[in-house]
Design a protein around this ligand. Structure first.
Ligand SMILES: [Zn+2]
Length: 213
């Protein structure tokens, strides 16, 4: 029985590393996977990049208006026909898993499609993403994944004080900011926007008690 998995965490909790490891585990057993990510992510567009230095191209990008189930079906067909041409063994003639990086940037409708891919098309989906934005609000894709996923797994990272990090504080030019757009456009602010994963105590100290932006 296929399932929809959401593996979430603060920034720098090793989500992309975990995704690449999961892909490797499938492929080591001779199975095929598809990697995809939303097109909104401007850094390293077209690849999954881990902080440890590993990178891998994605099989497809998901535009904000994309019909995700149709897009997946198209790429699944490509894998199946390529496998038929190569006369590969039975186990590797279909997609064993769909892996999604930066899943927080999916729309709610696209997450609905992930559940359809799992239940109606019978392919497990592993989605990796950040739970909340720099103002502590859930990203739309993450909120919907929290509602729909069969399995939720938290990937943990540590705040500078040693507690578990919950939030992602935004810094612009090295100073904490608590107002602004949910997604900072990297091209407009090169090297100026950074994030720090923080526990609730440190976040509230820096924000002066603000949580709602
Ligand atoms: Zn802390």
């Amino acid at each position: 029985m296929a399932k929809l998995y959401f593996r979430y965490g603060a920034m720098n909790s090793g989500k992309s590393t975990a995704l690449l490891q999961a892909a490797y585990n499938y492929e080591e057993r001779g199975q095929r996977v598809l990697l995809a990510k939303p097109a909104i992510d401007t850094k390293g567009a077209g690849e999954v990049s881990s902080r440890l230095g590993m990178t891998r191209p994605v099989d497809f990008l998901i535009g904000p208006d994309a019909d995700l189930r149709a897009l997946f079906a198209e790429h699944r067909d490509r894998v199946r026909s390529a496998a038929a041409d190569e006369l590969l063994p039975e186990a590797s003639t279909d997609v064993a898993c769909l892996l999604i990086d930066e899943a927080q940037f999916l729309t709610r409708e696209q997450v609905d499609d992930l559940l359809r891919i799992v239940v109606l098309d019978g392919v497990p989906v592993l989605a990796y993403g950040i739970r909340t934005d720099f103002r502590t609000h859930a990203f739309p894709g993450s909120a919907r994944l929290m509602e729909l996923a069969h399995s939720l797994e938290e990937l943990k990272t540590i705040c500078r004080c040693g507690r578990k990090a919950l939030f992602n504080a935004r810094l612009v030019g090295g100073r904490f900011v608590f107002d602004g757009d949910q997604v900072a456009i990297d091209e407009l602010t090169p090297d100026r926007v950074t994030y720090e994963s923080m526990c609730a105590e440190c976040y509230l100290r820096e924000s002066g008690g603000r949580l709602d932006g």
